[in-house]
Design a protein around this ligand. Sequence first.
Ligand SMILES: NC(=O)c1ccc[n+]([C@@H]2O[C@H](COP(=O)([O-])OP(=O)(O)OC[C@H]3O[C@@H](n4cnc5c(N)ncnc54)[C@H](O)[C@@H]3O)[C@@H](O)[C@H]2O)c1
Length: 339
Amino acid sequence: MADDQRTFGVAVLGAGRMGLTHIRTLAGIRSVHVVVVADPDPAAAERGRGVARADRATTDAFDAIRDPAVEAVAIVTPTSTHAVYIEAAVTAGKAVWSEKPIALDLVETTRVVESIRRSGQPVQLGFMRRYDPGYLRAKERIESGELGRIETFRALSRDTYPPPLDFLRTSGGLFLDMAVHDLDLARFLVGEVEEVQAWGANLVDDRFAQAADIDTAVTLLRFRDGALGTVETARHSAWGYDIRTEVAGAEGKVVIEAGQKTPLTFSRRFGYEGDHFENFPDRFAVAFQRELEAFVAAILAGETPTPGPMDALETLRLAVAVTRSWSEQRPIRVADVQA
Ligand SMILES: NC(=O)c1ccc[n+]([C@@H]2O[C@H](COP(=O)([O-])OP(=O)(O)OC[C@H]3O[C@@H](n4cnc5c(N)ncnc54)[C@H](O)[C@@H]3O)[C@@H](O)[C@H]2O)c1
């Protein structure tokens, strides 16, 4: 059989909100056969099995990882479980695609990155914005040199709704849970960051203060090559999911902003109406699909999938530096943040 017709077996761990999205994508990829869906909630596992048309459902993630028909494991479980499942899968000789992050602290992440390195298994993490067509095109333009020397980076993310209090308590906080996507983009589009300074505030909802967290923040970045940046983060937006990014250089700039969801505007005398994306599932639907397609293509081609463990580690280091700057109310050099 020609290699591009090869089918490989995948186990999906976690069939919740994101799990079902990823299961639908995997089920639609010709070279993938979803062997097993695991979730401690039997109804969720069975629902996932049905959507994937998988051979079986199980409530035991380790049973799914060990299945001899499984070559790759897709991990879409709560964040606190990613590390243990990634380690178990690579140790069992399986390739891994996992939702970000590996873990919320540098010690655990560094340990898992080392296990992955020892295993030699390919691992990709779900920083999906890197697969959004807008961000991909921006990256190409920047790398082609068309913008000239990069001078500034601006990113703004506003979530439509604040998350539940229970989620907030274990989320890792505004910077590790949410700003991390913009911090990853800063590294992806411009390069490594030398120093950060962050301010945070509670302007949206008292529950953030109850969870010892903030709901609004502004972060300043100084890149290693001298460029400067800002990241604005808010847990609430009354007008819809608001994600905007700009990279400006000596010769030009790129702006990444999804205008509206429905390709219809209504105009009349001095009036104009369009709609906004509601949240990440609709704004990043294409990116969620392409990140998995890219993983499968890399595995079939014997190439290293990206973004990999080192990107996850360095983006986490940056997010930890920003968190520390906010809590200690001082600038932090990223290189000073060690496990
Ligand atoms: N990339 C993104 O933009 C993005 C967006 C949303 C969520 N996520 C990440 O996706 C992951 C899952 O989030 P979600 O929103 O689908 O959560 P969810 O709570 O909707 O689903 C999690 C599922 O995992 C199951 N589960 C719980 N413990 C488990 C265990 N030990 N082993 C196996 N399954 C277990 C639960 O029963 C549930 O069905 C999280 O890490 C989250 O950070 C990423």
